[in-house]
Design a protein around this ligand. Structure first.
Ligand code: ASP
Ligand code: MG
Length: 437
């Protein structure tokens, strides 16, 4: 076997402290003959911290107090001292060089917030991969650190960069021939760069899964594993529901559906590049690496694996707004009117999570965003009467039971006003208003 066979993605929680990095090395060392490329996120909550630090720099016009970077430096120092007892280990200098670069980019008086965001927030991943790569080396695993900004080539839409697939594939493909068996490649998730090499870019929050899919696609890898702190893909968020169960296997399309309704376990853009090349995706626990993962692949659909109906999945999206739009002249909500409303939504980047139409009204539920809501109201108000309700929840039950709500569903619906209920053969959706008492 030559070239990269497997892409492993380790998110922030899987490298949040020295013990976690040691665990990563343990997982990798026992699988090193599988020809691995590792995609690693920023450590713990570093991306959030960098967002705060950037905000502080901008508030103070590039010159805040001396201690603004302290929490970031201390946090990574703490992890490094847990991993590298030799204080002369070169990793300390490599990381402090990165911090110096970061500081100078924070001090730049860049007028464009999004652009400065990408030039600075990318250091979370640059630092984490530097530490992880050095640690793997110290454990006897030859590790080659790659700069994702030279491989994942994007446009200049900062904070939501679009990938230039042709150029990206051209740059990534030779890595297969460059790979030396017995070692690993280590690369940052979430970040990319413009073709001219001048600007760093980012792919959108939680974008590291997508990076793993990009590398796997371009390298024709056999498999991607996303290492998580849960035992696989669950049928509901365990922070919200008790009695969650693991879904052992689902199809790419079902995974896309779940992500669409708001299941947050995999970044929604991840599936397509894998599906196109029929690359299997596993979601596996880094806390219990010998347990069975969830497998997502090209199999027909969830029903083909067993004779039983698939378990219902429960997905909640908070902070929803429901907008009800009706023509002022009491004309029907016909195709002409719908087209006006949808064109406006498209221009304002409003993405409908649920819609319902009647003769005189269209209701659209989307993620609350004050500017978008105001924009929609002002653009439509001449022709339509627009009313809205905020603070709502969208509750989706995928593969609901036709005989009636399950106890989980009933429990969730308690003390909530059902504003809209809508069903298809496979999916039930509720727009809910939580009641205070
Ligand atoms: N570190 C980035 C974020 O927290 C990317 C990722 O974790 O996937 O959004
Ligand atoms: Mg992260």
């Amino acid at each position: 076997m030559s070239g990269i066979n497997k892409v492993f993605k380790f998110g922030g929680a899987s490298v949040k402290d020295a013990a976690a990095v040691r665990n990563l090395a343990y997982i990798v060392s026992s699988r090193v003959d599988e020809n691995i490329l590792l995609v690693v996120s920023a450590m713990g909550k570093t991306t959030n911290l960098l967002e705060k630090i950037l905000a502080e720099y901008r508030r103070c016009d590039g010159a805040p107090g001396p201690d603004v970077l302290r929490p970031l430096v201390d946090y990574h120092q703490g992890i490094m001292s847990g991993l590298f007892p030799d204080l002369f280990h070169p990793v300390y200098e490599a990381v402090s060089r990165l911090v110096d670069e970061l500081r100078s980019k924070l001090e730049d008086r860049e007028p464009d917030y999004d652009r400065q965001y990408d030039q600075t927030v990318c250091y979370g991943e640059l630092i984490s991969t530097t530490i992880v790569s050095a640690y793997l080396e110290s454990r006897g695993i030859p590790s080659v650190w790659l700069d994702a900004r030279k491989y994942v080539v994007t446009d200049r839409v900062f904070r939501a960069a679009g990938v230039d697939w042709d150029e990206t594939a051209r740059r990534i493909k030779p890595l297969n021939a460059a790979y030396k068996p017995g070692g690993v490649f280590v690369v940052q998730g979430f970040i990319g760069g413009t073709a001219d090499g001048i600007d760093s870019t980012t792919l959108g929050r939680e974008g590291s899964d997508y990076t793993a899919a990009i590398f796997a696609n371009c390298l024709d890898a056999g498999e991607v594993t996303i290492w998580k702190d849960v035992s696989g893909l669950l049928n509901a968020d365990p922070k919200r529901f008790t009695d969650t169960v693991k879904i052992p296997r689902i199809s790419y399309s079902e995974a896309i559906e779940l992500a669409f309704y708001g299941a947050t376990i995999i970044h929604p853009k991840t599936i397509k590049p894998l599906q196109n090349k029929n690359i299997r995706l596993k979601v596996q626990s880094f806390l219990d690496p010998s347990s069975d993962p969830t497998v997502i692949d090209g199999s027909e659909d969830a029903r083909s694996f067993s004779r039983e109906a698939p378990v219902p999945s429960y997905i909640v999206k908070d902070r929803q707004v429901l907008v009800s739009i009706s023509p002022r002249d009491y004309s029907f909500m016909n195709e002409h009117n719908l087209q006006i409303v949808f064109a406006t939504c498209d221009e304002l980047h409003i993405h409908a999570n649920m819609m319902q139409t009647s003769a005189l009204m269209l209701s659209i539920c989307f993620d609350y965003d004050e500017a978008k809501l105001k924009g929609l109201m002002s653009r439509l108000s001449e022709r339509f009467s627009v009313k809205y309700n905020i603070g709502l929840q969208l509750f989706t039950v995928r593969h609901y039971r036709s005989e009636g709500p399950t106890p989980t569903e009933e429990e969730f619906l308690r003390r909530k006003n059902i504003i809209v209920k809508q069903g298809s053969r496979s999916t039930l959706q509720y727009v809910l208003e939580p009641l205070l008492i």
